[in-house]
Design a protein around this ligand. Sequence first.
Ligand SMILES: NC(=O)c1ccc[n+]([C@@H]2O[C@H](COP(=O)([O-])OP(=O)(O)OC[C@H]3O[C@@H](n4cnc5c(N)ncnc54)[C@H](O)[C@@H]3O)[C@@H](O)[C@H]2O)c1
Length: 250
Amino acid sequence: MDLHLREKTAIITGSARGIGAAIAKALAEEGVNVVITDINSEAAAEYAKDLVEQGHNAISVGSDISDPESVDLLQKATLEAFGGVDILVNNAGIVRDRGIIKMSVEDWDAVLSTNLKGSWLCSKAVLPSMAQRGWGRIVNISSRAHWGNPGQTNYSSAKAGVIGLTRSLAMEQGRRNITVNAVAPGFILTDGIKSLDHIEHIKAGALEKNTVPRLGEPEDIANIVTFLVSDRAGYINGELVHVSGGRYSG
Ligand SMILES: NC(=O)c1ccc[n+]([C@@H]2O[C@H](COP(=O)([O-])OP(=O)(O)OC[C@H]3O[C@@H](n4cnc5c(N)ncnc54)[C@H](O)[C@@H]3O)[C@@H](O)[C@H]2O)c1
């Protein structure tokens, strides 16, 4: 199936590793110019270099998506390199898991600022270019945790907020031929998740509760994002797609 993505330009936040890196690679393989952007600017530069060496069009821009000035610079660097933005994948995210009593205000603010405010800021920054082109795709990475998870009052609030952002923006922008959808991954084996203290417990829970008997891979998310940002998905707007191995609760 030709996804008609050649020569589109995509910003993928948090794409130096993990799910974001897999999304960037999948889009690059479809002929998309990819902007690898991450708070870890060295890792972003290295990954963009790898993609270029593989024959893809990629640049890297260091950014902190929770900072409006940094997002403005990201948008400007993209326009300078590729002339506009067609696709935004709001992927960058962090966790600071703790029960509410032990959770600090800083833990709350950091998680909300990156996962929710960052997605809002990046969307706001790229929409004028999409409107000018009369075409745009935004995909927000939420999480199965939007249903709630003990120890994640900050993260699940942010990821539920991402769904509200998705639906409101979809309603605002649909008539401009700009669609906005969200993906809610279940357990996906990435470096970020591997570094968590309670990783073995989380893994066991996922294997027990998934109806598909395996753990998720970053490519499982990249596949659906690649479809959602294509022309083929033009009649899908404001939706939330769960990619969780068929695990819906608990
Ligand atoms: N891995 C999972 O099981 C899982 C499940 C559900 C949802 N998600 C979501 O998927 C997304 C990617 O997860 P992952 O597992 O690949 O994470 P990861 O930690 O491996 O990668 C996240 C990337 O985002 C970058 N980043 C963090 N803060 C940033 C900021 N302020 N500005 C720019 N970049 C920043 C990090 O440097 C990192 O490279 C996140 O939104 C996460 O919440 C992951």
